[in-house]
Design a binder for this molecule. Structure first.
Ligand code: PTJ
Length: 258
């Protein structure tokens, strides 16, 4: 056993995880998810989701591959072109990248909306408070005065002036049924998911196969870089992105290490 194998179980604060550890990001991610569960933000199932994601990330080389970077630039262009972009937040997203989602929302003028698979009033409130602690001024999702059609009651709950009327939605670590239902509503979906074979990236206009910890800050960086771009330039970034190619490149990297 290496000296680091016990580190994540022992640390109380993420600052105690050594940044030079070769698996630093993985330890940080695990620590944030554990914290999220303890605070009532993340569902226990979020740990399984994290484990799956971590295995895919290991095979991807724990880095943003070039096709993911292109997807992240296309995502930024879509968000800047949108009339009403919304960033969807679940328990894993809130635990892993709360401040980063707030920064992205600011950079592209998007709403933040909590949308849970395992919805309870307590978790909704805990996540809203957590986002506000990380700088969010407005958080949607608590009204839940509209429904996504063709989805069972709890998971379908959205805000009428949020996800329901959004034209572009970022849905990270999303369940396949809901991603399909949002796609059927005609939304432009940007899905962040480490598994390129999962149904959510398969239905997304922009599948981002990358760890959310790297993906969100990189989308924000691209958005800042494109902030003064003309509509034509943004449209050309969107058009140049090939979703099939991006999914294939990610699968190839995972299967063959290429
Ligand atoms: O908070 P709730 O109640 O809304 O529940 C959220 C979870 C994530 C538990 C729920 O949506 C769920 O069960 O999701 P799945 O079906 O497990 O899908 C999660 C997907 O996210 C999987 O394809 C994972 O590979 C992927 N994933 C996990 N961690 C990361 C990730 N993708 C990007 N970055 C990660 N860090």
């Amino acid at each position: 056993m290496s000296e680091y194998d016990t580190i994540s179980a022992e640390v109380d604060h993420e600052e105690e995880i050594p940044e030079d550890h070769p698996r630093y990001q993985d330890l940080l991610t695990r620590h944030r998810i554990e914290n999220g569960v303890e605070k009532g933000i993340t569902h226990l199932q979020g740990m399984h989701a994290e484990g799956r994601g971590s295995a895919f990330d290991y095979l991807l080389g724990e880095e943003t591959i070039p096709s993911a970077d292109e997807a992240e630039r296309a995502a930024a262009a879509h968000l800047l072109l949108a009339d009403h972009p919304v960033l969807s937040i679940n328990g894993n997203v809130a635990a892993l990248v709360p401040g980063e989602m707030v920064e992205l929302a600011d950079a592209v003028d998007a709403d933040l909306e909590i949308n849970l698979f395992n919805r309870t009033p307590e978790r909704m409130q805990a996540i809203a408070d957590h986002l506000r602690d990380h700088g969010a001024t407005a958080v949607k999702g608590l009204e839940a005065d509209a429904r996504i059609p063709n989805l069972d009651h709890k998971r379908a709950k959205v805000d009428a002036d949020g996800i329901y009327e959004a034209d572009v939605v970022v849905v990270p670590l999303e369940d396949g049924d809901r991603a399909e239902a949002l796609e059927e509503m005609g939304k432009t979906e940007i899905v962040i998911d480490l598994n390129p074979l999962s149904r959510s990236p398969q239905v997304a206009e922009v599948p981002v196969v990358d760890n959310i910890i790297r993906a969100v800050p990189n989308i924000t960086e691209h958005a800042r870089d494109l902030a003064d771009a003309e509509t034509d330039e943004l449209q050309s970034v969107v058009e140049q992105f090939d979703r099939e190619e991006a999914l294939e490149a990610a699968e190839k990297r995972i299967r063959d290490g290429l």
